[in-house]
Design a protein around this ligand. Structure first.
Ligand code: INI
Length: 189
């Protein structure tokens, strides 16, 4: 095994046959289990980014992070569609319609649900999370959940490019990895 294989989670030879020598966590093993994982490369993959306008001062930063991840991992501009929706409540029906287009390898949902003085937050956040999960499971298309659910505006800003990273970037990286992983799993059937 080469040094670069050990260092890169996106190495070229992530799938190995059982019985080959593989290193897990630095320990050398013989007859190790087969490793199947998704690369962090997006050449040849098609993505839909669904972004909500509600709290757009946060969601636009999430969108910038997601586009950064896709561009830096090799996605073509023409392979990315950005779909805008009013608020997080509208994610499930939009993900469902995007899946029905039959053209995306992965979908990335970006939103910000911020707690207010009423129980409204709980209904919107729950509808977004459970609805997105249902569509993803039913369709078999990976849908990354880049929807912030925070108690305060400050917590949301921190997660959209300030103190706590950019969850839009993270969601896009998850979408890339999962699209590659599912392709591999389906090819091995
Ligand atoms: N939508 C959000 O995306 N974030 C919120 O914080 C939010 N709050 O708090 O109200 C919100 N509400 C709008 C909702 O998603 C729908 O767009 C609206 O109810 C119309 O269906």
């Amino acid at each position: 095994m080469s040094g670069s294989d050990q260092q890169s989670p996106a190495g070229d030879q992530n799938s190995r046959r059982a019985g080959q020598e593989v290193r897990f966590g630095g320990a050398q093993q013989l007859n190790a289990p087969q490793l199947i994982e998704g690369e962090l490369r997006s050449e040849g993959l098609r993505f839909a980014i669904i972004v909500s306008r509600f709290n757009s001062f946060v969601t636009e930063r999430l969108l910038a992070g997601a586009l950064d991840a896709l561009n830096r991992s090799g996605a073509a501009q023409t392979s990315i569609d950005v779909i805008r929706i009013p608020g997080a409540w509208e994610f499930p029906i939009t993900v469902s319609a995007a899946v029905a287009r039959n053209r995306y390898d992965a979908i990335i949902c970006l939103g910000a649900v911020i707690r207010g003085d009423t129980p409204h937050f709980d209904y919107v956040a729950a509808q977004a999370a459970t609805g997105i999960a249902k569509v993803s499971l039913k369709s078999g298309i990976p849908v990354a959940f880049g929807v912030l659910t925070t108690n305060t505006v400050e917590q949301a800003i921190d997660r959209a490019g300030a103190k706590a990273g950019n969850k839009g970037f993270d969601a896009a990286m998850t979408a890339i990895e999962m699209a590659n992983l599912l392709r591999k799993l389906q090819a091995q059937n």
